[in-house]
Write a protein that binds this ligand. Sequence first.
Ligand code: FES
Length: 148
Amino acid sequence: MERRTLLAAGGAAALMTGCVVQRVPATNSAPAPSTAPPTTGAPATTNAPAPGPAPLAKVADIPAGGGVILKDQSLVLTKDAGGKICAFSAICTHQGCAVTGVGNGTIDCACHGSKFDATTGERVAGPAKNPLPAVAFEQRDGAIFKAS
Ligand code: FES
């Protein structure tokens, strides 16, 4: 299915790169109806879906006007005052330090003072010449997940 079709389809989940919203169809988590005849005397089994991937963060845990740095994933999640979530690499494009803070509209690297716009990843100050790369993610059920 082409991305344009996905955009038209709408759905409950949103796949995002950086801060650009791209709608994807909602996942049908209900188990398919069984056509097998009922069994007797056999141990009970469940049709429960396998647990999905753990969320990277809950949307509510990302402060508005700030962000969170996920060191293990080398990822920084930001939220603007309106609640829009963005995701970027947490590796500074200057010399590869991990960024150290988010605030006042910027993602900051303490190594040499580079600052990046928290909604675009563009460099706004310091020696870095390139923006922080945007990272694709999914926002659903009040949480942020790694894009599948
Ligand atoms: S590594 Fe980030 S400013 Fe130099």
